[in-house]
Structure formats: structure tokens, C-alpha cells
Design a protein around this ligand. Structure first.
Ligand SMILES: [Fe+2]
Ligand SMILES: [Fe+2]
Length: 151
């Protein structure tokens, strides 16, 4: 493993997580409308998840002998809920891609690979959640009415 290369990508992942902490917290403050309470909670939870990820990534950077970055990546700000969700999906995709990239740089280091796979998995599932929230996935329901067979 080229430690230097892996640390570089891990620091980029850390910047994305830091951006997420701030962006989601800002969303929680700014979200308006009938579902405000619901989304305030969701965004706070997401901000917390980014903090958890950031702590774990930072720990790995130190473990690999480097100092973690303190610079967040780009933070997107809006008052429109749909825009918030679109920005969120972008952020989660960026995080996912960065962890996949880090995995390529990780080489033969099983614990680091397990960690990065877990991170990529978390981001992947969050992307799916946001896609559902934005209703970008369409399903064909084959049967509108299901009748159970009479006994
Ligand atoms: Fe994350
Ligand atoms: Fe995430």
C-alpha cells in the first residue's frame, strides 16, 4: 500500500464528511414548510452520521501516521427542500465515490479495506434513501389487487 496515496484520498473523504456535518445542520435550521419538523430531525440525524464517519476517518489518518485535515469541502446552501435533497444526494455520491477510490489506494491492508467497504456501504444505502425521497425510482406494480386463494 502506498500510505501517502491512501491518506490523500482519506483526507478528501474527511473534507466531504466535514462539509456534510455543516451542510445538514444548516439544512435543519433553514428547512421550512409543512414537513419542517420531520426534515429538521432527518437533517440533524444526517449531520450526526457525518460526524461519526468523520471521527472514524480521522482516526484512520492518524493510525497511518498523518494529521487529519480540518478543512471542509464545498458546502451547498439553500432554503428549498427539494434542492436540499438534491444537494444531499450529490454529497452522498461524492462520499461514496471517494471511499471507493480510497479502497483502490488501500492495497493489502485488510482492516483498512473492511473499514472503507463499510463506509462505502453506508453511503450507498443513503444514496438509495435519497433516491426514494426524491421518488426518482419507478416501480411497476404488477398486480393492483391481490386476492388470497380461498381456503
Ligand atoms: Fe459519510
Ligand atoms: Fe453519508
Amino acid at each position: 500500500m502506498k500510505t501517502e496515496a491512501a491518506v490523500k484520498v482519506l483526507n478528501r473523504a474527511l473534507s466531504v464528511e466535514y462539509a456534510g456535518i455543516i451542510q445538514y445542520l444548516q439544512n435543519a435550521q433553514l428547512v421550512q414548510g409543512l414537513n419542517r419538523e420531520l426534515y429538521e430531525e432527518l437533517f440533524k440525524k444526517l449531520s450526526q452520521e457525518c460526524l461519526t464517519h468523520a471521527s472514524k476517518v480521522g482516526r484512520w489518518i492518524v493510525l497511518l501516521g498523518s494529521v487529519p485535515t480540518v478543512e471542509p469541502g464545498a458546502i451547498k446552501q439553500t432554503t428549498d427542500l427539494n434542492e436540499m435533497l438534491r444537494c444531499a444526494i450529490e454529497l452522498e455520491r461524492e462520499a461514496y465515490n471517494t471511499y471507493v477510490e480510497a479502497l483502490k489506494a488501500a492495497g493489502e491492508n485488510p482492516p483498512l479495506r473492511f473499514f472503507l467497504e463499510e463506509m462505502a456501504y453506508d453511503e450507498f444505502m443513503q444514496i438509495d434513501e435519497f433516491e426514494r425521497l426524491l421518488a426518482t425510482k419507478t416501480f411497476n406494480v404488477p398486480t393492483k389487487e391481490i386476492k388470497l386463494r380461498p381456503a
